[in-house]
Design a protein around this ligand. Structure first.
Ligand SMILES: [Zn+2]
Length: 492
């Protein structure tokens, strides 16, 4: 009898002990973690990358449909709205440009040939995604980086007449952020695509050949300015016979910080068929799982990914990796967090940003129009192009080791996927939503994937960014790591 009573007491004590509660919770969490699957993630990815959403260019019907679909998932999982006026959407002004056909880039006066050369869409050029509609035929003037910076005593347009001509220039600036931080800061404003297009127009250019060949709506529409984004083949053809190569020209400019502009005397035709929509409206999708601890529930961990991509630049840009992969990892994580039916101490906010591809505009608007106090944001976890690779990268993980720690620990304990953290000085032109959070001083980590086997074509901002070219296991692992770590962070 006594033994029975003692045993009963023992088991009651065990049941009530924090150890038992902890193992029970761990069991439940691990069971849920195991339900996170690559198949589910790929289901979301295929949906977003499908032609139905037309490449998800922010401002278009395709993007709005993708946002609505996201809202339907949030509702199904019981995630509450946290956008404008008790909806899931946070809207902002967002002009956009549609590219209606492949257009043309023709070299009319190729060196040593009598026939013009007509170039191939995607293999050799793309219509610039913010070009005006029209045709320009003119000589090409090489203008280095396309920069006029009097205070730096540097002007790519000095000594050349570009009125009515086509200018050819390269991206970035002749100084890199890693090389000399203080000098780079002075050059930084000239690294933006908007600036370069405006400067070309201010000097009277009628056309732009940007030696940066990918579909890129991160630019600016300027009335009357016809633009195309060209690869090395076209650039080399234009420079052929001048005794100069692009490599030597850029190398010289970088070395001496002296422009090397000249008229190539090669005639080129650029034809673009586009439609500008200045009235465009973009949106972020924002949802929340509220915490329950009276003292901690107003603190937020934010998990974000950009929902948008490049739309249709004549052909569909599926963006399966950039960034449907990250949205899909976010969805699978959010679903697991809700189906746990666990009460969290702090709140978890999910944001699917619009207009990342148009110059990280959605995240900029989000950070500048916070609906919660900035000092209540305990961290921002960004997911960006997480679908192709063998390894996980944790951008700015070394800037915020405390925020990174649970991710590293959970990976080591349960998932075992190679993961590397780096330090992000965040000085260059912002190319991820994480940039605006970092500048606002919010602890931020941006996860990505890298180390995928090489393909015979580029998947970055091309028609080849399709679900078939993804590596699903890395996404499953990342979703599991994020799921476990989010719980640790919000319950800490
Ligand atoms: Zn992108």
């Amino acid at each position: 009898m006594l033994i029975k009573k003692a045993l009963l007491l023992f088991f009651t004590a065990l049941l009530l002990s924090p150890f038992y509660a902890q193992t029970k919770t761990e069991e439940k969490v691990l069971k849920e973690m195991n339900s996170i699957s690559a198949d589910n993630i790929m289901y979301y990815d295929r949906e977003l990358a499908s032609p139905k959403y037309a490449g998800r260019l922010t401002g278009t019907k395709g993007y709005n449909m993708a946002a609505d679909w996201t809202v339907s998932l949030f509702k199904k999982w019981g995630i509450k709205p946290a956008g404008d006026k008790n909806t899931y959407l946070q809207k902002f002004k967002n002009p956009y440009t549609l590219i209606l056909d492949a257009g043309e880039v023709i070299l009319n006066s190729p060196y040593g040939k009598t026939e013009p050369v007509k170039y191939k869409y995607q293999d050799e050029y793309f219509p610039d995604a913010t070009s005006d509609k029209g045709t320009v035929t003119a000589d090409v003037v090489y203008v280095g980086y396309g920069i006029t910076a009097p205070e730096l005593n540097y002007d790519d347009y000095k000594g050349v007449d570009v009125k009515g001509k086509i200018v050819l220039f390269n991206p970035v600036v002749p100084v890199s952020p890693g090389q000399d931080t203080e000098t780079f800061k002075k050059w930084r404003p000239y690294s933006f695509h908007d600036y370069k297009a405006k400067n070309a127009a201010a000097h009277g250019a009628a056309g732009v050949l940007f030696n940066y060949q990918l579909v890129n709506p991160n630019g600016i529409f300027i009335k009357g300015l016809i633009k195309a984004d060209i690869g090395d083949k076209i650039t080399a053809d234009i420079l052929e016979g001048t005794g100069k190569t692009i490599k030597d020209l850029l190398g010289g400019i970088r070395k001496n910080l002296v422009p090397a502009s000249f008229d190539t005397k090669k005639s080129v035709t650029i034809r673009i068929n586009s439609q500008y929509h200045p009235e465009g409206i973009g949106s972020n999708v924002v949802g929340v799982i509220k915490g329950i601890d009276p003292a901690l529930k107003d603190e937020y961990l934010i998990i974000g990914a950009h929902l948008d991509h490049l739309g249709k630049c004549d052909q569909l840009m599926p963006g399966a990796n950039d960034n449907a992969s990250a949205c899909s990892v976010l969805f699978e994580t959010a679903k697991a967090l809700t189906s746990l039916k666990m009460n969290f101490k702090r709140s978890i906010m999910f944001v699917l940003f619009g207009a990342e591809e148009q110059g990280v505009k959605g995240s900029e608007f989000f950070v500048n129009n916070l609906k919660i106090p900035k000092d209540k944001i305990i961290g921002f976890i960004n997911l960006e192009s997480v679908g192709r690779g063998e390894k996980i990268s944790a951008g700015s993980g070394k800037n915020y080791p405390e925020l990174f720690k649970p991710f590293e620990e959970n990976d080591n304990k349960y998932v075992h996927r190679a993961m590397t953290a780096d330090f992000n000085s965040n000085l260059a032109r912002p190319r991820q939503d994480a940039a605006h959070f970092l500048w606002a001083g919010i602890p931020t980590i941006s996860f990505g994937a890298y180390g995928a086997p090489q393909l015979p074509f580029s998947t970055y901002h091309t028609t080849h960014d399709t679900p078939e070219n993804l590596t699903p296991p890395v996404m499953e692992d990342l979703a599991r790591i994020v799921f476990l770590s989010v719980i640790d962070i919000v319950n800490k």
